[in-house]
Design a binder for this molecule. Structure first.
Ligand code: SF4
Ligand code: SF4
Length: 310
């Protein structure tokens, strides 16, 4: 095959974003994260091909963690607490070292993404998009409520027609809509400055990582450093938190034992992701997020930065 023909093939693949091109050189990226996100976010293929690929990916994503033996040593995601966390969701507990409590790190709050940037872009959720192509749409939110990028990654996405520019006010509304729908603000399992530049808004029915936790109790998401605590004097047992928790770890009337726990909401923290969805949706402000650990994720790799994933 001559060079010209090879270049034509590579250029066509690049236009569909199944390969990447950096400084005139073509290269492969992983399937996920990589080809999957770029191909569907780019949408540069025929509707027929996108639908065919969507059905295949939907089947694949449904199978990723199926079965009792599935494991994942290094989950891809780390949740960020929803907007308002600093003011209303995080409980300052005097019994815990105040220095630790006050040093909330930038990658722990979605607020940092808003506060530190002035350019934003939204990208449709590729997981919910393939569900829509396969006739299995998400009941919590459409694919239109997808990922949010800020700063340089947002500019790159808009430049390549993968993202739609948003104002700061629109980005704030977008995040509120996501957390009210029960979506988790999942950042990469990363720290460093670029960790505050992009998030996915994940549902438990189409995101394989969250679904792994909900359906199979496989660690698909690295829990945040926070866990919810319910103030039973404020709680009216409306069960909203129970219905909103993406991984079903809040219960009422369970376990029905002599400890009276059936009289209060119970959080089984073992599988809690520390996402704050329960806290932000509690109408009585009865749930506060409390720091329970000090996990520090690694810094972004150059490829993760290039893909806007860090
Ligand atoms: S949402 Fe709030 S008030 Fe309702 S049950 Fe949960 S903690 Fe209680
Ligand atoms: S209990 Fe609350 S913080 Fe934990 S996973 Fe459920 S919604 Fe998220």
């Amino acid at each position: 095959m001559d060079e010209e023909k090879v270049e034509t093939i590579l250029e066509n693949l690049y236009k569909k974003l199944t390969i990447i091109k950096i400084e005139g050189m073509y290269g492969l990226v992983p399937l996920i994260p990589g080809i999957f996100e770029l191909y569907f976010a780019g949408g540069n293929d025929t509707e027929e091909n996108l639908k065919k690929a969507g059905i295949i990916f939907h089947k694949f994503l449904n199978k990723v963690y199926e079965g009792e033996k599935a494991t994942r040593d290094q989950p891809m995601f780390l949740p960020k607490l929803p907007l308002g966390a600093k003011k209303t969701l995080i409980k300052i507990d005097e019994t815990i070292d105040m220095a630790t409590q006050s040093s909330i790190l930038p990658y722990e709050l979605v607020e940092e993404l808003i506060d530190q940037n002035d350019y934003f872009a939204k990208v449709p959720c590729q997981c919910r998009m393939v569900g829509e192509y396969a006739g299995d749409p998400c009941t919590l939110a459409p694919s239109d409520v997808g990922c949010l990028a800020a700063g340089d990654p947002a500019r790159t996405l808009v430049k390549h027609n993968m993202g739609e520019e948003m104002t700061k006010e629109e980005a704030i509304d977008y995040l509120k809509r996501a957390s009210e729908a029960g979506l988790i603000h999942n950042g990469g399992r990363l720290s460093g400055p670029s960790a505050t530049l992009s998030i996915c808004n994940c549902c438990p029915c189409h995101c394989p990582s969250v679904k792994a936790e909900r359906n199979y109790r496989v660690r698909g998401v690295n829990p945040s450093n926070f866990e919810p605590v319910i103030n039973n004097e404020l709680c009216n047992k409306c069960e909203i938190c129970m219905r909103k928790c993406p991984v079903h770890v809040i219960f009422h009337k369970w376990p029905s034992e002599a400890d009276s726990s059936d009289e209060a909401m119970v959080i089984k923290t073992e599988h809690c992701l520390g996402c704050g969805v329960c806290a932000v949706n509690c109408p009585e402000e009865a749930i506060k997020m409390v720091r329970v650990r000090d996990f520090v994720p690694p810094e972004s790799s150059p490829l993760q930065k290039e893909l806007g994933l860090g």
